[in-house]
Design a protein around this ligand. Structure first.
Ligand code: PMV
Length: 339
């Protein structure tokens, strides 16, 4: 095997995914809805995969917790099997670093599993297409499928029961449409309920779950058309509808999934006030309390100032569209071990 170093950027969903497909193997991690996202330049993960004497995983320079390591090694197994190699997978040393401006609970699973997938495929000398890498990244984390591509990206639901056509595709290159995303951090720390457990709880108990799923294809097609037309007002309106429909579904879950805090609400209102004053800004929020606002690059600094002024906002970060995930390889530094 080779030594591979991959870089992948995180993304924010403008049309959200919340819920897994019923009746399929859980390890395929197939979403119940498609999604549409913007890859972000300022949030990136770098991951290297090399031969090691045993499987090991370090995250931000520290040996990762057992559960995190197990997920990473299972993902290496998927990539190895998908590459068509016979025999057992070589043992690997995986090192991953999140280059996020602050450690304040911004999602890293998207960039993390995208980088891991790219690095593993290259280390196993597998020249897979980006579409194929996207389906594999999805098995680690649904949002990771989108981070294989830069710019504006759509993750199609597909029809195949094995999920082979549930993959992302690019709608616009980063330079095709200048946009900004302003991230207002409203607290420090990790989220209370992870996305996989939360989605399952919503599916089982939220009275709005089916309505949420049913609305998605229409919103996705309308959002893709808005990207095609470079129509920020329409894309922004869909972005907010998707966000608040998802959170309505979450809040109606039993027990409720209320990811917001008081500062979240104040930051939403600050964006809406900016819009009322003529600054087009459109809000989205993931399974956490931070508020992200889509806007034109020329408005980003003013919007960032408005959000910084909201009491309780701990930090504000301005992102631009980010590039494709990338990988480079070098020959293994020493004879392979642990075969
Ligand atoms: O793929 P996950 O497990 O990171 O879940 C993503 C869920 C949301 O961030 C809430 C929505 C999305 O489409 O990214």
């Amino acid at each position: 095997m080779l030594t591979a170093h991959a870089t992948a950027h995180s993304n924010i969903a403008l049309v959200k995914y919340w819920g897994k497909r019923r009746g399929v193997a859980p390890e395929l991690n197939l979403p119940a809805v498609g999604s549409l996202s913007l890859t972000l330049d300022a949030l990136r993960t770098e991951t290297s995969v090399a031969a090691g004497s045993t499987d090991s995983f370090t995250l931000d320079g520290e040996r990762a917790r057992d559960g995190e390591g197990a997920k990473v090694f299972a993902h290496l197994d998927h990539v190895w099997a998908s590459a068509g190699h016979a025999g057992p997978r070589p043992t690997c040393a995986v090192e991953s670093t999140n280059h996020f401006p602050t450690a304040a609970g911004l999602a890293s699973s998207a960039s993390g599993f995208a980088a891991l997938t790219m690095a593993a495929a290259a280390a196993f000398e597998w020249d897979a297409s980006r579409g194929t890498l996207s389906t594999l990244a999805r098995m680690g984390s649904g949002s990771a499928a989108r981070s294989i591509f830069g710019g504006l990206v759509r993750l199609d639901l597909g029809d195949n029961p094995d999920g082979s056509d549930c993959r992302a595709r690019r709608l616009a290159q980063p330079e095709d449409w200048p946009l900004s995303l302003v991230v207002a951090q409203t607290t420090v720390g990790r989220k209370a309920v992870g996305s996989t457990g939360g989605m399952e709880r919503s599916r089982q108990t939220s009275p709005y779950f089916d309505a949420w799923i049913d609305a998605s294809p229409r919103e996705l097609d309308a959002a893709e058309a808005a990207v095609e037309a470079r129509d920020l007002a329409t894309l922004g309106a869909i972005t907010e509808r998707s966000c608040f429909a998802m959170h309505a579904c979450m809040i109606a879950t039993d027990p409720p999934l209320l990811y917001w805090n008081g500062v979240t609400v104040e930051a939403i209102k600050a964006c809406w006030e900016a819009r009322a004053q003529g600054l087009p800004a459109f809000v989205t929020i993931d399974a956490g309390p931070h508020v992200k606002a889509l806007c034109r690059p020329q408005d980003a600094a003013a919007l960032a100032d408005l959000l910084r002024a909201v009491p309780g906002v701990t930090d504000v970060l301005v992102c631009r569209p980010g590039p494709d995930a990338s990988v480079r390889t070098q020959p293994a530094a020493h004879a392979e071990v642990g075969q």
